[in-house]
Ligand binder design. Structure first.
Ligand code: NAD
Length: 267
């Protein structure tokens, strides 16, 4: 028996990085996983690898900022599985730029993916999680929102990103309270990863006034300089925390936050 045996789980941004590790881990632990992303080739490959390992996985194209697509994805999950037990709002982008050098278009693009996408996940996910047979206390409906250590404190050069991730932290607590008040058995928690080795670091365009401009951001060097143990985290480190929140082992954990950062925020 896997730790999330038989549960139906949706993971956004699941083609690569942390999302792929989450989907793979939930699939390995018995969940029927629906992966969504913009990157269809990598999304199909990740879903295929889960199936090849004996799991149940379906990939769907989805831009998390598109509300109409959220309705389609939920309809597809309902017709295929009839329920949704675990929703992981993971898709996110990071734009590094000093405040006075950041365009309004970039601010809004980041806000659209990191906040609107998470809002839409809850808005369209909760009704299906509330359906009879899903999300009752015994089976443990669970929403997990991926924030960041940048959602716990300010960051020079990452003001827009920090603003979105701080919003996710309090949105998760608000979702937890609304669902608790409705007594529908759905919990909601946030996860705050530290410095994790994924392609997000390569994609971050350095701002014009950033001292690191013209040099690609090196997460290993940043981890060595800032993490107490010097350790760089892996997507699996985050997936392990998601597995706990998705499973019934965390049935009394609600409106909470798990920091996965090897002590970065402890000081
Ligand atoms: P990543 O860039 O490796 O993967 C992100 C995935 O999201 C990609 O597959 C991408 O195609 C997808 N995506 C982007 N925009 C999308 C959209 N509009 N709709 C659907 N999918 C979209 O990044 P990652 O490091 O795996 O990040 C995953 C989450 O973890 C993000 O929310 C990120 O902010 C958060 N996070 C990452 C770190 C880190 O150090 N890597 C630290 C803290 C928090």
């Amino acid at each position: 028996m896997g730790q999330v045996q038989g549960k139906v789980a949706l993971v956004t941004g699941a083609a690569a990085g942390i999302g792929a590790a989450i989907a793979t881990t939930l699939g390995r632990e018995g969940a029927r996983v629906v992966l969504t992303d913009l990157d269809d080739a990598r999304g199909e490959a990740t879903a295929g690898a889960i199936r090849a390992a004996g799991g149940d996985a379906l990939y769907l194209h989805q831009d998390v900022t598109d509300e109409a697509r959220w309705q389609d994805v939920m309809a597809e999950i309902e017709s295929r599985h009839g329920r949704l037990d675990v929703l992981v709002a993971n898709a996110g982008i990071a734009i590094i730029a000093p405040i006075i050098g950041m365009s309004l278009a970039d601010w809004r693009r980041q806000t659209a993916v990191n906040i609107d996408g998470v809002f839409l996940s809850a808005k369209h996910g909760i009704p299906l999680m509330r359906k009879p047979g899903a999300g009752k206390p015994a089976s443990g409906g669970s929403i997990v929102m991926i924030s960041s250590v940048a959602g716990l404190r300010g960051s020079a050069g990452l003001a827009g990103y920090s603003a979105t991730k701080g919003a996710v932290r309090l949105f998760a607590k608000s979702v937890a309270l609304e669902c608790a008040g409705a007594r529908d058995g759905i919990r909601c928690n946030s996860i705050h990863p530290g410095i994790i080795e994924t392609a997000i670091w390569e994609k971050m365009p350095a701002g014009a006034n950033d001292a690191r401009r013209n040099a690609p951001l090196d997460p290993r060097a940043i981890a060595e300089a800032t993490v107490p143990t010097g350790q760089l985290g892996t997507p699996q480190d985050v997936a392990n925390a998601v597995l706990f929140l998705a499973s019934d082992a965390s049935s009394y954990v609600n409106g909470s936050e798990i920091v996965v950062d090897a002590g970065l925020m402890a000081g």
